[in-house]
Design a protein around this ligand. Sequence first.
Ligand code: GAP
Length: 455
Amino acid sequence: MQEKTTMEKITSLAKRRGFVFQSSEIYGGQSGAWDYGPLGVELKNRIAATWWKEMTQLHDDIVGLDASILMHPRIWEASGHVENFTDPLVDCKKCKSRFRSDQVPEEKLNAKKCPDCDGELTDIRKFNLMFKSHIGAAEDSASVIYLRPETAQGIYVNYKNIIQSNRMKIPFGIAQIGKAFRNEIVTKNFIFRTCEFEQMEMQFFVKPGTDEEWFNEWRKRRWAWYEKLGVKMDNLKWHQHGPDELAHYAKEAWDIEYLFPMGWRELEGVHNRSDYDLNRHARFSGKDMQYIEQESSNGGNSVSGRYIPYIVETSAGLTRTVLMILCDAYDEEKVADKGNDDDWRTVLRFHPAIAPVTVAVLPLMKKDGLAELAQDIRRELKENFATDYDQAGAIGRRYRRQDEAGTPFCITVDYESKDDGTVTLRFRDSMEQVRVHRSALTERLLKEIRDYKRV
Ligand code: GAP
């Protein structure tokens, strides 16, 4: 039998442990859509919270926004998405399969032959990736509405509101996390490329001429974020977009790529979008999108300049980051030499700051008051940590279950705990165990999270 690929193992672990389920599974599934289960939603939320903290709380010059998904359709004309956000497609007239023409082998494409069944392929045509619908009762061209294909535009059309309401001065940024939708033709590789996904985007508004400096600064900062998350940095690299790859809005673009099980793929893009978007919105809306620079002097403020700012964008996929973190954390480790399945453990080495469960409390036995004592300790820890409780089965099995869920710390409550108030603190990565008094647990765990280093 063929060995499962790492992606198959991760997909099956994700389902088995409640990270990610196929959408609409009981109806045969909906391609391009996935549901995040109890552990998955915690992981996704924690990654998002870490990004949000990094971008807003730790940067005085960045504020947040949550714009709507449905926006005026003229926005997508202005942004260039109606005209340019397309994939080149071919269809097989025989088996009806659909392919992106740039992914069909050249000899097949030249011969207009289907790579699957050798049937005749259609001519290449442009296929717009935006989902289109109608708003209101009438289904005519006046009621057309799009699901946003990127969160960025919601920021651009609000940038003047934010300057006015929050007295922002250039350079400054606006951060947003939210859903985006693309009618992707190829959606294999689990949650890598989906039709419904989430983005974490930050748009940094700068004075023209300072854009290259800020672009390099943001490349450095985004790289550092992955280091902070404890990602294996050998699995990350930069890829600069060549002239043929640049998006219609980009002056310069660099991707951070991750070595996924299927190879190096884009994780996040850092783009110099120049003044393209704001210029286009000025033209299409008829509104003045210039930034008014003010100088303060003794007599008050005076206007010292007007310009359309340049925008440096950092655009990461949240759901794609969840997949990256699952791949990066996944490990199989030989832990004993007894010659059976128990010799191996599957472990997700999440950074404790993003692990879905931070600490699991396990009574050695259910009886003799140990379960009650363990529940009591769990109650104390709940205020500061995401906790789990498990009293079912042998203690070794319970540790394995927590390893597989990526829980960095387990606390075992035993007979000694009843006598002297100490418990066993077990570390997921090293499997080391130490005795700690229950009164010192919170401080100790906070310290372990702060000082965590990936082994
Ligand atoms: N605002 C710029 C923008 O949207 P992009 O390179 O098209 O740029 C940015 O997308 C990020 O969004 C990608 O690096 C990727 O992480 C994520 N992303 C894009 N399309 C996706 C899809 N179909 N499924 C999952 N994530 C996607």
